[in-house]
Design a binder for this molecule. Structure first.
Ligand SMILES: NC(=O)c1ccc[n+]([C@@H]2O[C@H](COP(=O)([O-])OP(=O)(O)OC[C@H]3O[C@@H](n4cnc5c(N)ncnc54)[C@H](OP(=O)(O)O)[C@@H]3O)[C@@H](O)[C@H]2O)c1
Length: 65
């Protein structure tokens, strides 16, 4: 516990599956985590479920803008 205290992580594909599990593990270890996926509403729900250490930001990783 606390291995990632004072760290900030960006996890893409974090609205479900492997990415979400990574985000949850990083938060449990003390990190602040930005979660990304294409749908803001889904990310907002995931952030509510994981807790305040998560910031949800929609982002399509295949698009430069
Ligand atoms: N599950 C396994 O056992 C396993 C094993 C080996 C490898 N993998 C690989 O690991 C990756 C994740 O697997 P998974 O099972 O967690 O997949 P998944 O359940 O389909 O989740 C994919 C995540 O990526 C997001 N995503 C998809 N396209 C995106 C884009 N263009 N920009 C931003 N986010 C995007 C999805 O959210 P939105 O749809 O809302 O964007 C979702 O959060 C896949 O590439 C899979 O092939 C999985």
């Amino acid at each position: 516990m606390g291995a990632l205290k004072d760290k900030v992580a960006i996890v893409t594909g974090a609205s479900r599956g492997v990415g979400r599990s990574i985000a949850e593990t990083f938060v449990r270890e003390g990190a602040k985590v930005v979660i990304c996926g294409r749908k803001q509403e889904t990310l907002d729900q995931v952030a509510r479920e994981i807790g305040p250490a998560v910031k949800p930001i929609a982002c399509h990783v295949g698009r430069l803008d």
